[in-house]
Ligand binder design. Structure first.
Ligand code: ADP
Length: 621
């Protein structure tokens, strides 16, 4: 028999840091003693301690485990051997803990076991130590905080209906104009009194605790001393394991730029509509897959159609046969090269040839991610009147130029006659004057030819009379003529090999003449004009190089446009109409050749053109 009241035993129990209880086996199993550590444990897990009651433990464990415990105690008393048991008590506030119980019999010589000492150790349920769990917890919290801080969004967590701020990242603090100290742990209305004005917003947010539904506010306008812009605010309820909303995660994104962009876009669309209405421009869209053409009201009006929706074949049938291949070819080229197109063409209204309209359409294709064209869209303008004006103007220019040429030719003949008559006299003043008259007459003739060519070109009446001739020979002849007309410059020809081309000799001659005349016009007296011809990869390449004023890069793309002249102090006093290069370009295009320029502003220019050589020879054969 041991004395449970002995001061030695009491001191021993008190001394132990582990919870210890002492069971008495007979007559019934009861807990007869326990220490402070056990008492503290029971207090920590919030259960009442009933003395001498075995049910103190069953309060915390399942019936099954209670049976196991009693069985183990009996077994220890019978076998007089130590035993271990692990049970899982149901803690309400710390669920992931097991108890490891060690039962030791109190042996008293050969007598049956009367008392069993049980020591108790709390161990975490998984293999990791409790420290590891705590570490992981703090790590994941740190990660969460890191994500919070680095997110390019304003984020915070609000707790309870008072909306107490638990977390807030720098972005949201900046938006609120608050420091962390002023906000954390404080209800929103208290920390941000300015919110008082937004009662309805606050009520909606608080409502989430009832509904459990997230809330999204789009294009929320926030205008404060610190912020002025548009935001998207998302309020996401966070629930506990009983599915109750305990907190709200708030995410705020600044969408001012997007909203302003959208506004600008709408404005631009509006302006475009006004501009299109004012210029009476229509728009169209071709869906490539369905082969459907959709027209705007104005485009429908231009085409004089009853419907604004038609099949592509129907649309094609409207186009005049004369322009059909130019239009479809142009669109196909633009599609293939992913470029915009701008084409003039005629349509036959109601399929009747008697009413024709001139249209100008500009557009481009739009591609999907795989690079496949999905639709073509553009604008269309009725240019019939403008075109008729142009035709009338061209006819007029053509007629006037033609009429001027007749007396000019007669005048040249008379001058030549006089020159012939005076050839052997010593009337040098008259001879020289007649030479000068001749130069001016040639110039005038060239200018009139230019106008005549423009009008012929525009009315499509320019025809090529192709023959095989030696380009080098032509260049040499023209250079010789120009040495007489332009004694002010040195004209040099480089490259003497024969190059036979199949082309319109007169028109190619005009191009060379034009380039030489420009080279002289736009350079100083006594400077060099070098004409080179060479053969390269089946092409004859002719260049006319001068040491003149040169051309700015920005002017180069417009140089070959009709009536384009570079406006500058150095060109102000030089006569011209800006048609020479335009005609050259047209002539080259009709020969399937190219014309271009390389220039350094202030240093000189080189105009080049190329003509196919081999192709011509094969055509010939
Ligand atoms: P223009 O009658 O004005 O000379 P062109 O069509 O022949 O008309 O030339 C267009 C413009 O290109 C000229 O006004 C001039 O500014 C520029 N240009 C042409 N050739 C040269 C050149 N060799 N050097 C510098 N500028 C040139």
């Amino acid at each position: 028999m041991i004395d449970l009241t002995s001061s030695f035993l009491k001191a021993l129990l008190k001394h132990s840091k582990s919870p210890i209880i002492i069971f008495k086996i007979k007559p019934i199993l009861v807990v007869v003693e326990h220490n402070d550590a056990y008492r503290n444990l029971i207090a920590r897990i919030g259960v009442d301690l009933a003395f001498y009651d075995i049910n103190i433990i069953p309060n915390l464990i399942s019936d099954q485990e209670k049976e196991l415990l009693i069985e183990t105690v009996n077994q220890v008393s019978e076998r007089k051997e130590e035993a271990n048991l692990i049970i899982h008590p149901i803690y309400s506030n710390s669920p992931n803990v097991n108890w490891e119980l060690t039962f030791s019999p109190v042996l008293q010589s050969n007598q049956p076991i009367e008392y069993i000492i049980c020591s108790l150790k709390e161990i975490p349920t998984n293999e990791n130590g409790i420290e590891q769990i705590l570490l992981e917890l703090s790590e994941s919290e740190a990660r969460f905080r890191g994500f919070f801080e680095q997110a390019p969004l304003g984020m915070c967590v609000l707790r309870g209906k008072e909306l107490v701020t638990e977390y807030a990242n720098d972005n949201i603090l900046k938006l609120w104009g608050k420091t962390r100290k002023e906000i954390i742990g404080i209800p929103q209305v208290e920390a941000r009194p300015e919110l008082g004005l937004q009662k309805s917003l606050l009520n909606r947010v608080k409502g989430i605790f009832k509904t459990g539904e997230p809330l999204v506010l789009n294009e929320l306008k926030i205008a404060t001393a610190l912020t002025d812009g548009f935001f998207i605010a998302m309020y996401q309820p966070l629930k506990n394991d009983k599915n109750e909303v305990t907190r709200i995660l708030v995410i705020i994104k600044d969408i001012t730029e997007q909203v302003n962009f959208k506004k600008e876009l709408l404005k631009a669309k509006d302006i475009l509509k006004i501009a299109m209405d004012a210029s009476e421009m229509g728009s169209w869209n071709i869906d490539i897959e369905s082969r459907k053409v959709l027209l705007s009201d104005r485009a429908q009006q231009i085409y004089e159609l009853e419907s604004n929706n038609l099949g592509i074949e129907e649309a094609k049938a409207l186009i005049s046969a004369d322009d059909f291949s130019a239009l479809t070819g142009g669109i196909r080229y633009a599609l293939h090269h992913r470029k915009a197109f701008n084409i003039e063409y005629r349509i036959n209204i109601n399929g009747i040839n008697t009413k024709t309209k001139w249209l100008r359409t500009a557009g481009k294709a739009y591609y999907n991610e795989d690079g496949k064209a999905i639709y073509i869209a553009g604008a269309v303008l009725d240019i019939t009147e403008h075109k008729q004006d142009e035709i009338r103007k061209n006819d007029f220019i053509g007629m006037v130029s033609h009429e001027l040429k007749t007396p000019l030719t007669a005048l040249s003949a008379y001058v030549q006659l006089l020159q012939f008559k005076l050839k052997d006299t010593d009337n040098s003043f008259t001879i020289e004057t007649l030479d000068k008259i001749n130069v001016q007459l040639k110039r005038m003739s060239l200018m009139i030819d230019g106008f005549l060519n423009v009008s012929l070109l525009e009315s499509g009446k320019i025809l090529l009379h192709k023959t095989d001739f030696d380009l080098v020979d032509l260049i040499k002849t023209i250079a010789e003529e120009n040495r007489v007309i332009l004694p002010s410059h040195f004209i040099q020809v480089v490259g003497l090999e024969e190059i036979i081309v199949n082309a319109d000799r007169e028109k190619i001659g005009n191009v060379i003449n034009n380039l030489i005349s420009n080279a002289a016009k736009y350079s100083k007296k006594e400077s060099l004009i070098a004409i080179k011809c060479e053969k390269q990869k089946g092409e004859a390449i002719i260049s006319v190089e001068d040491e003149g004023i040169g051309i700015k890069e920005s002017d180069i793309p417009k140089l070959f446009d009709r009536f384009y002249r570079v406006e500058s102090i150095s060109t102000q006093t030089i006569a011209g109409f800006g048609v020479g290069l335009y005609i050259c370009a047209e002539v080259m295009e009709r020969h399937k050749g190219k014309i271009w320029v390389e220039s350094k502003f202030g240093q000189g220019s080189t105009f080049l053109f190329s003509l196919p050589v081999e192709e011509m020879l094969t055509n010939e054969g």
